[in-house]
Design a protein around this ligand. Structure first.
Ligand SMILES: *Cc1c(COP(=O)(O)O)cnc(C)c1O
Length: 364
């Protein structure tokens, strides 16, 4: 028997998730020694020293299994958001929580409404379960919630709203979300992906947790990968109505979050200074980038997150390859059908100076 017959229906036709290119991978190919990675929206401040210290202290315990439910962290998160512990589930990254959502809620033939382009993990997790992704094009780079509502039918199980949206950095406003929520049939589950929530500074941004507190059928996803700088440790969480969180727990692995990630996240939550510096770096970094891009007469989508979608006005492969030769990795936009655009992570001013310098050389 060959694998096409052995694998479950549809599995071999899935499109694999294509991550940003890793430094280890491009190093050999381009022979550049010092890389600047602006491809995966990581926190370019580097790790918090308090987190590093907590991990060092925990190293002596790694022969023990981790504490399965992550109780200390779950209590800390419940307190922070004024929720009950039953409203919180922690796992190894928001990515994994998206898998859990599909495992718990998506049956064969169920429709899952989402924007296009948005975070690609929604698509393949849906398809693995035999669900059908229903993709609604963005309007002005933002979720078109009225059209998404139009696409809801009796087969719709879930709706994903990525706020701010990856890869565009745009937000849906409080008013737009409220209108959407009030018209959505109650049986549909809303998954509000707030991976970048900490970078948003806009009075029109909705508070997704209000819907959780009101008992709406909603799950809010968060991660320690972005503002807390723990992408390499893999830890994220979901906040939702107790019965929905119970559903997620039904499909949770026994020990999804290892010891080092648990203590790191506990320390990260307490390190307010690091969080502040991250937010400031992103704010200042965007200001600098916008100014330089305007000088170069390049258009971009103003972003509420820690990345900017830039239109380079020419084939993105050319720009992408040119930047690689200069030791800079960005995310090319062809996978989102933006053939002249790329997504660039916001980092330190030093990172951006080098990026702009390399860009000028390429565009010349
Ligand atoms: C980065 C990102 C995630 C994944 O976060 P992890 O916790 O690192 O898995 C989830 N959703 C969106 C929109 C993201 O950009």
């Amino acid at each position: 028997m060959n694998i096409d017959q052995l694998a479950r229906k549809g599995i071999m036709e899935l499109m694999a998730y294509v991550p940003g290119r890793a430094i280890e991978e491009v190093e050999k190919e381009y022979g550049v020694k010092r890389w600047i990675k602006l491809a995966s929206n990581e926190n370019l401040l580097g790790p918090s020293l308090k987190v590093v210290k907590a991990i060092r202290e925990e190293l002596r315990n790694i022969h023990f299994y981790p504490e399965a439910p992550c109780s200390i962290l779950r209590t800390a998160l419940a307190r922070r958001f004024s929720l009950g512990e039953g409203n919180v589930v922690i796992s190894n990254g928001a990515d994994n929580l998206i898998f859990m959502v599909a495992n718990a809620f998506v049956d064969e033939g169920d429709e899952v409404v989402m924007a296009n382009p948005t975070f690609p993990v929604y698509t393949n997790t849906t398809q693995i379960m035999g669900g059908i992704p229903v993709k609604v094009p963005l309007k002005d780079f933002t979720h078109d919630l009225p059209e998404m509502l139009n696409r809801v039918n009796p087969k719709t199980k879930l709706v994903y709203v990525c706020n701010p949206n990856n890869p565009t950095g745009t937000i849906v406003t409080q008013k737009a979300l409220e209108d959407f929520m009030s018209k959505l049939p109650e049986r549909v589950i809303v998954i509000l992906d707030e991976a970048y929530v900490d970078f948003v500074n806009d009075p029109n941004f909705p508070n997704g947790l209000e819907y959780v507190k009101k008992g709406k059928q909603i799950i809010v996803l968060r991660t320690f990968s972005k503002v807390y700088g723990l992408a390499g440790l893999r830890i994220g969480y979901a906040l939702g109505r107790e019965d929905l969180i119970k559903g997620l727990n039904q499909v949770r692995e026994p020990f999804p979050v290892h010891r080092l990630a648990q203590v790191a996240a506990e320390a990260a939550l307490k390190d307010k200074g690091y969080e502040k510096r991250s937010v400031r770096m992103i704010r200042d970094g965007k200001k600098y980038l916008y100014r330089e891009l305007e000088r170069l007469r390049l258009s971009y989508v103003p972003s509420h997150a820690n990345f900017v979608l830039i239109d380079f006005g020419r084939d993105i492969n050319e720009v992408f390859e040119g930047l690689l030769r200069e030791g800079i990795i960005i995310r090319p936009g062809h996978m989102w059908n933006y053939p002249t655009s790329g997504r660039v992570t916001v980092g330190t001013i030093g990172d951006h100076r080098k990026f702009i310098k390399a860009l000028k050389k390429i565009l010349r």
